[in-house]
Design a protein around this ligand. Structure first.
Ligand code: COA
Length: 335
């Protein structure tokens, strides 16, 4: 039986730093409100003349992950790409990345599980590796949020929360027991789909074709959220799914060396940390500098730690995420 171990991670964010004070000039908000409610100080947005896309950020992150793993694109058997902000409505961004990396006819698929996307993608890749179908898989979380955000006072509820960025991880088959991805645990609850969503362009609003729809309404094309309902569910589901992973592996929170919570809100992360009774040095947050980068958040956290030399052989990492769908997920990784 094969297991998947992570042999390289990388990330890329646009150069353009947008601080809370920059947002104050665009909408009725304040640095104090944003920091107090979310912990965010700044985020990155693609802004002209810097040109980029979800697939291009993934490409740059992939090159770093490949270099760290001492591998070439040819060594990769498949791509699993998580995003809610693809370059095109279709096809997915996975094939664009596949082409950029010059991967011939290797397969690429997109995963749409929003903030839980990276763990869902890891889980899909892990199954391919466990069955022996593929030996090395490039797993991506990448998002260009800035294009959909309304950065006026009308959109301030969402506009201050998100940022652009991309992250990559390379999974490789190993026969070593007890190493790599120990398990993944995935959940969804579609009854809450419209609590956090972008409606258009979609097929659920019947009665018009997109060609007739000259007047897409603001509330359909921009992200909508019931923030408090999302908050309440996130602080329940993230500890729950982390405990599910620990129990499935005969472990307890005390066994965790590093906990990486999806970065939606620093207050959510702190409440989850408190529930799991983890000390500060066992939890890593970087929402302060990137905002919520949705599917990119977890690989960016991993890559940040990799750069800081804070990932050590034998350590146990727990990752948990919650987001639109609702979807939520966890994974345990033994390095
Ligand atoms: N700047 C200033 N004021 C703002 C604002 C902004 N950017 N956005 C909203 N407000 C205002 C609201 O209009 C409201 O004003 P009112 O009381 O006069 O009506 C007030 O601030 C409080 O808004 P509310 O939405 O109740 O705030 P909150 O304490 O729930 O915090 C969130 C809002 C979004 C920070 C919080 O609900 C949250 O983090 N939820 C989870 C978000 C999340 O995780 N999303 C991603 C999913 S992965």
């Amino acid at each position: 039986m094969f297991h998947s171990k992570i042999v390289g991670v990388g990330h890329f964010v646009p150069e353009n730093v947008v601080t809370n004070h920059d947002l104050e000039k665009l909408m009725d908000t304040s640095d104090e409100w944003i920091q107090e409610r979310t912990g965010i100080q700044e985020r990155r947005f693609y802004t002209p003349p810097e040109k980029g896309s979800t697939a291009k950020m993934a490409y740059k992150a992939s090159l770093i992950a490949l270099e760290r793993a001492k591998l070439k694109p040819d060594d990769i058997d498949a791509i699993v790409f998580a995003t809610l902000s693809p370059d095109f409505y279709f096809p997915g961004s996975g094939v664009l990345l596949q082409h950029m990396l010059g991967m011939g006819t290797k397969p690429a698929l997109d995963v749409r599980a929003q903030c839980s996307g990276f763990i869902y993608a890891l889980s899909v890749a892990d199954q391919f590796i466990k069955t022996g179908m593929y030996k090395r898989i490039l797993v991506i979380g990448s998002e260009t949020q800035s294009i959909a955000l309304d950065l006026t006072t009308r959109g301030r509820g969402m506009g201050v929360l998100f940022g652009d960025g991309g992250g990559a991880a390379i999974l490789e088959a190993t026969e070593e027991e007890g190493k790599g991805i120990l398990s993944t645990h995935l959940h969804s609850q579609g009854e809450f789909a419209d609590v956090l969503c972008i409606r258009e362009p979609g097929t659920n609003e019947k009665g018009h074709s997109v060609y007739e729809n000259q007047h897409l309404q603001f509330d359909k094309i921009s992200p909508q959220m019931d923030g408090q309902l999302v908050f309440k569910n996130a602080i329940k589901r993230m500890p729950e799914v982390t405990m599910e992973a620990l129990q499935a592996n005969g472990l307890t929170p005390a066994d965790i060396d590093m906990f990486l919570p999806h970065q939606a809100n620093l207050r959510i992360s702190q409440m989850v940390q408190k529930f799991l009774r983890l000390p500060d040095d066992k939890v890593y947050n970087n929402i302060q500098k990137y905002g919520n980068t949705t599917a990119a958040t977890l690989p960016i956290l991993l890559s940040d730690l990799w750069e800081q030399g804070r990932i050590k052989e034998g350590q146990l990492f727990a990752l948990a995420a919650f987001g639109s769908g609702f979807t939520w997920a966890s994974t345990l990784i033994r390095w």
